[in-house]
Design a protein around this ligand. Structure first.
Ligand code: XIL
Length: 377
């Protein structure tokens, strides 16, 4: 497809940009780029009116165009969207995002080749009969490798992949069980995924992505992730980076009315261990959950901006942090509106832009963190 055709196709999806109140000064992508970091956001290509329908909103698209150097399909590359059955690949939705990114000269990153969590497996896959014993292992491997081969080949422009997502159980740090791991073994399943991704995309950054956070309550999750990362190194599994989802302010029963209790020292120790093993870092799904903060908007916005600045300063201080992705750019489209609604029924304010497409203190916090970050190669 030529650039003009791609632009027309993407224009049909995203409509015409309208004038919107904009930030002053350089975009977040430019501020990040000046420090050797890539900034962007997730976006969903769902139907208009749904939380993932942001892509049908021209003003939302304009925010993406103005601010982002990279886009990530929010759900469109997951098995439950992409794979209606064992034979079919439904690429249309992800293709729309890819066309939009291309038309606006924005990079694309991939999320995720294997969300290794049974809750997110499509029903047909959970019920799939792989046979017994070594036959099951062979069949499971064939299905997983075929998926990774075809998806990676369909998007050769993707240079950064969340290969495996959320395989560590936060309760006790163990590796989750799925039909794949029951057939192949747990380490083997994850290794198969990374080796297949490396073979299909030799130059791409291959990422293990998870939501262990810096708040109290994440201790077992962090320990489990470190154990996993150690295992990858011991076995020579090709994993380049740790994706730190960074859904900040995850509700913490011990800290009502707050954004949780950051354990800065323990968090630095965790990041030191991961980088010490040679892993790069990405912030893959940044947002700030304000569901436990008071109703007052000013109070909430100040609190989320302040915790974000502290967190991003810490993370960007590590030269290994190479990408920062927001999980959505405008409050009304955030997944958190549905996932953890506020008890008072007020909409959450977890992203960088308000519902009128005006930048919020959270956007300024991200900009300030990029401005003060050290430069990396
Ligand atoms: C979320 C999406 O934002 C929602 O639209 C969807 O219903 C569920 O998944 N961790 C991840 C992301 O790795 O894929 C999740 O995205 C958010 C938590």
């Amino acid at each position: 497809m030529g650039a003009g055709v791609a632009a027309a196709a993407a224009g049909a999806v995203c409509g015409l940009a309208q004038a919107a109140e904009r930030f002053n000064g350089p975009s977040l992508a430019a501020l990040a780029r000046a420090k050797g970091v890539r900034f962007g956001s997730a976006v969903g290509a769902g139907p208009a009116g749904s939380l993932t329908g942001a892509f049908e909103d021209p003003r939302y698209c304009q925010v993406l165009i103005d601010e982002c150097g990279v886009l990530v399909p929010e759900n469109e590359l997951k098995w439950y969207v992409l794979r209606p059955d064992a034979k079919t690949f439904a690429f249309e939705r992800a293709d729309r995002i890819a066309a939009f990114a291309k038309a606006h000269d924005i990079a694309l990153r991939g999320h995720t080749l294997l969300w290794h969590h049974p809750k997110w497996f499509p029903a047909w896959l959970t019920a799939y009969d792989f046979g017994a014993g070594s036959v099951a292992a062979k069949n499971a491997k064939a299905l997983l490798v075929d998926h990774i081969d075809k998806v990676v080949a369909h998007y050769p422009q993707i240079d950064s992949w969340d290969v495996v997502n959320e395989t560590v159980d936060p309760k006790d740090g163990s590796i989750r069980r799925t039909v794949f791991s029951d057939a192949m073994g747990q380490d083997q399943t994850l290794d198969v995924a990374f080796h297949a991704a490396r073979a299909a995309a030799p130059k791409a950054r291959l990422v293990y992505n998870d939501y262990m956070g810096w708040e109290a309550g994440n201790e077992a999750h962090r320990a489990g992730v470190l154990k996993l990362l150690e295992g990858f190194r011991k076995r020579g599994t090709p994993v380049d980076a740790l994706g730190v989802q960074s859904h900040l302010g995850t509700e913490d029963p011990a800290a009502p009315g707050s954004l949780g209790q950051p354990q800065e020292k323990a968090w630095r120790a965790f990041i030191d261990e991961a980088t010490g093993m040679g892993y790069d870092l990405l912030i893959t799904e940044f947002d700030v959950n304000d569901r436990d903060l008071p109703a007052d908007v000013g109070v909430r916005d100040a609190a989320t901006a302040s915790v974000a600045k502290a967190y991003l300063d810490l993370m960007l201080d590590y030269r290994q942090t190479k990408e920062v992705l927001a999980w959505g750019m405008v409050d009304k489209y955030s997944w958190l509106q549905g996932f953890t609604p506020r008890k008072d029924g007020a909409p959450q304010r977890p992203t960088l832009y308000d519902d009128n497409y005006r930048s919020k203190p959270l956007r300024e916090a991200v900009a300030a963190a990029f401005r003060s970050a050290p430069t990396r190669a």
